[in-house]
Design a binder for this molecule. Structure first.
Ligand code: GCU
Length: 406
């Protein structure tokens, strides 16, 4: 007799809910097809050759994958301060919540900065998934009024305060002398498909096949935060690390590629469409991501559904576009959906670009074991555990930022 519990287990595991890994996709190294990758430094024998090659590669990735975002007139960015700064972390930090208005949207920042600093501080900037109030339990953090996922009527509520705090190591960040700036991604562009009638897209004509999807829109939103940081006085805009987990890691990579003002770029478990090579077809595939999330990439990307081999680039090119700025990619050992080896190979194949431009790249050609970070101009670690961003990840990002931005 099979028990009810076993039956339930079998039912949910076919859906991939027990393991967290969807069924029906390849998780076997032996099943990875043969594939060939373009050489990022083709025709580049010295530093001076890179800008032209980079421009060519940038346009390839922009028009086939993320989509071109519109120009922005900085004079139209409005800043409103409608909350008081408050002291947090037993007086070690200050919290503020300015509102930026651009493209007809009001976007609230949540900023934590060290209290005692007399000079502008370096910062980490990254989106959160469910609203600023989920990042920390402090009760004066404003609750978003925008659409939020997985909630009754898609409304955020008091009960969510601090529910994502394990993902934000605010005290280590502040104690290490950094500010943390976070924004709810849904205030820039809600994470569901409605033919681009919502979020910042609503302010512009419907995107053409080579124009911005939601990830490009989110990246563009981070550039607007950067516009603001260039004007305010507490944060050193020349030392901002852009960071993101998962879909928001895909976003931090594209933000880093599309806006050179980000001094350092961090991708945490970004997977397919982020750091992982698509041509390996390991875990999530191009077809699956374009079907489940039709709004994330530009329409041109859909022509590679089930046809990864036709892509004129792969994700190592996205990594290369960030050079010479420091780049950190992290994977998690149980996160097979995001293809940890594919994420490592991407940085490995971007290494020649870093070597030509800076003389330094990824310290090892071999994928390191779990919890054995490697940090050169490119950093990489494979954390033990599941798809998530943890204090362990943050400790390594802080160390990497200390090495490059202090
Ligand atoms: C899904 C999606 C991934 C994405 C992840 C996330 O699993 O398939 O591509 O990275 O959600 O953002 O959490």
């Amino acid at each position: 007799m099979i028990s009810k519990v076993t039956l339930l287990f079998l039912f949910f595991s076919t859906l991939g809910i027990v393991t967290g890994i969807p069924k029906g996709f390849n998780y076997e190294e032996s099943e990875v097809p043969n594939y060939s990758l373009i050489n990022p430094i083709e025709g580049v024998s010295k530093k001076e050759d890179w800008p032209k090659r980079r421009q060519f590669l940038y346009e390839l990735v922009e028009s086939n994958m993320f989509g071109k975002a519109p120009e922005f007139d900085r004079k139209s960015l409005k800043v409103t301060i409608d909350t008081q700064d408050i002291s947090i972390l037993n007086g070690k930090g200050i919290m503020s919540q300015p509102v930026l208005t651009f493209a007809n949207k009001e976007v609230r920042l949540l900023i934590f900065r060290p209290k005692l600093s007399t000079v502008p501080v370096p910062a980490f900037l990254g989106y959160n998934f469910n609203g600023n109030h989920t990042v920390h339990s402090e009760e004066s953090i404003k609750i978003t009024e925008e659409w939020v996922p997985r909630k009754k009527d898609n409304k955020a509520s008091e009960g969510d305060r601090g529910t994502s705090s394990s993902r934000w190591d605010v005290s280590s960040i502040i104690e290490s002398g950094y500010a943390l700036i976070t924004v709810y991604c849904g205030e820039v562009d809600p994470d569901f498909h409605d033919e681009f009638k919502n979020g910042i897209h609503a302010n512009y004509p419907k995107p053409k096949p080579h124009e911005w999807g939601t990830i490009s829109g989110w990246a563009w939103g981070l550039s607007r935060v950067m516009d603001y940081l260039e004007e305010e006085k507490f944060i050193d805009e020349s030392r901002v690390s852009v960071i993101g987990h998962s879909r928001l890691g895909k976003t931090s990579l594209w933000a880093g590629a599309s806006d050179p003002r980000f001094a350092l770029v961090i991708s945490n478990n970004s997977g397919c469409g982020g750091a992982a090579l698509s041509k390996r077809k390991f875990g999530e595939t191009v077809k699956r991501i374009n079907t489940s999330f039709p709004h994330w990439f530009c329409n041109n990307f859909k022509q590679y559904n089930d046809k990864e081999e036709n892509l004129p680039f792969d994700q190592h090119i996205l990594m290369s576009l960030i050079a010479p700025r420091p780049l950190y990619v992290a994977s998690a050992s149980k996160d097979l959906w995001a293809d940890p080896l594919g994420e490592f190979l991407s940085v490995k194949y971007a290494d020649p670009v870093y070597r030509i431009l800076t003389g330094e790249g990824l310290p090892s050609k071999k994928m390191p074991g779990t919890n054995k970070p490697i940090q050169g101009r490119i950093g990489y670690h494979l954390r033990e555990g599941k798809h998530d961003i943890t204090n362990y990840d943050w400790q390594n990002y802080i160390k990497f930022a200390n090495k490059h931005l202090k």
